[in-house]
Ligand binder design. Structure first.
Ligand SMILES: [Zn+2]
Length: 405
């Protein structure tokens, strides 16, 4: 029997996407033989409800020194983190000499504003290349994985943290017990551990199945985060719905008994009971919706290709690794993917090997159809590529179902 990585309870398998590559491992066309594959399967814990992957990809395979993702690539995300930094500065970083730590600081998109406000801070991130970008903005970074020993070393050097923040990182970390022991060691008595992650409720409600890939080891809900916090001597005291990434939640965790929970926590827990997030049939329905999306998308792409249309992809996202590999979408259906991340250009997408090209080449000439893999940035991308539609091109979307716009 499989055991829950959070509480040790029994885990029931509910989704199987088969053999998948490491989603950030874009392939050098000259060296296509050495890819790592794993089985992407998901289960839920019958005791704490945590949804989690059944097979773990070694962290060094995913979060390498040259990890290609850059948080600051999107202006929407830049604005989101500016607001987040402002909120933390106004509510939590108000003492005489506050100290903020960020787990997974990437290129400094959040800490930038905290550094500019003159507040003591430290980013922790294993990607040395992203850290260099952050340092150029005047941000202090330790190039390391955050775990209990890292937290103890930071505490010894800098003292306790008033805020430990993290965005789209905590759900990536299978060894969650070490994270919470680290937070326990580093956090001030009345400090807060604030983290944002994609929300299971939205993923199930809108069939955002491509949010499931190697890095998203856990899919958090209010219920499962509350149980996880309690497991390690903390309490969930805040939960705020966020519109980013197709739906996320900002969780605020404090030491048990230190703070009174905000009323939103109980409201969101009640909503989850209505959604049936703890029930096996909810996951059976989710699995059926995913299979239907795969059938519909493949049928559409094959028909358009048979009619002689050229189809490309837009956004070589890590999400697209799950879609392309699970559905079997290779260069025969989608001839290229356009992406603004310099580190991905000239490479092939993981597993299915679709060439990645810079977006400047998207219109030379425009294809008939573009499959929007970066659907979470749809508004921003469609505005930027207005000319594509004006010249007769059409976007293909596959969430919440397959449709053309
Ligand atoms: Zn559990």
């Amino acid at each position: 029997m499989l055991r829950c990585r959070v509480c040790g309870g029994a885990v029931r398998e509910c989704l199987d996407f088969g053999r998948q590559p490491v989603s950030s491992a874009f392939v050098d066309p000259a060296h296509t033989g050495a890819e790592l594959f794993f089985r992407l399967a998901v289960g839920f814990c019958t005791s704490c409800t945590m949804v989690q992957q059944l097979e773990e990809v070694p962290r060094d395979e995913m979060f390498r020194f040259d990890y290609p993702y850059r948080s600051s690539g999107s202006t929407v995300m830049r604005k989101h983190f500016q607001q987040t930094a402002r909120q933390l500065l106004d509510t939590e970083l108000t003492g005489p000499d506050p100290f903020a730590v960020e787990i997974g600081s990437n290129d400094g998109i959040l800490l930038q504003d905290i550094a500019e406000a003159g507040v003591r801070h430290l980013g922790v991130d294993p990607s040395g290349e992203a850290a260099e970008v952050a340092r150029a903005k005047g941000i202090r970074v330790r190039v390391e994985f955050f775990e209990e020993s890292t937290a103890r070393a930071i505490r010894a050097e800098h003292g306790p943290a008033d805020v430990i923040f993290s965005a789209n990182t905590i759900s990536h970390i299978a060894y969650i017990d070490s994270i919470f022991r680290g937070v326990d060691a580093l956090l001030a008595p009345n400090g807060v551990f604030v983290f944002e992650d994609r929300y299971l409720g939205d993923i199930i409600e809108h069939t955002y199945f491509d949010q499931i890939y190697d890095e998203h080891f856990y899919l958090f809900s209010i219920h499962s985060v509350q149980a996880m916090a309690a497991q390690f001597g903390f309490a969930l005291v805040g939960a705020e719905r966020l519109p980013v990434h197709g739906g996320a939640v900002r969780y605020t965790v404090a030491r048990a008994g230190a703070r009174r929970p905000a009323p939103e926590v109980a409201e969101l827990l009640a909503r989850e009971r209505e959604l049936g997030l703890g029930l096996p049939e909810t996951y059976e329905r989710f699995a059926a919706n995913i299979r239907r999306t795969r059938e519909d998308l493949l049928a559409l792409l094959r028909r358009l290709r048979a009619e002689g249309h050229r189809i490309v992809g837009y956004g070589a996202t890590q999400k697209s690794a799950t879609v392309a590999n699970y559905c079997g979408i290779g260069p025969d259906l989608v001839s290229a993917v356009y992406d603004s991340t310099r580190e991905k250009q000239g490479r092939l997408t993981p597993g299915v090997h679709i060439p990645v090209l810079p977006p400047e080449e998207f219109g030379a000439p425009y294809p008939a159809y573009a499959l929007l893999f970066a659907w979470n940035h749809a508004e921003e991308i469609m505005a930027k590529e207005r000319q594509f539609r004006e010249s007769g091109g059409r976007w293909i979307l596959y969430v919440p179902d397959v449709h053309i716009v």
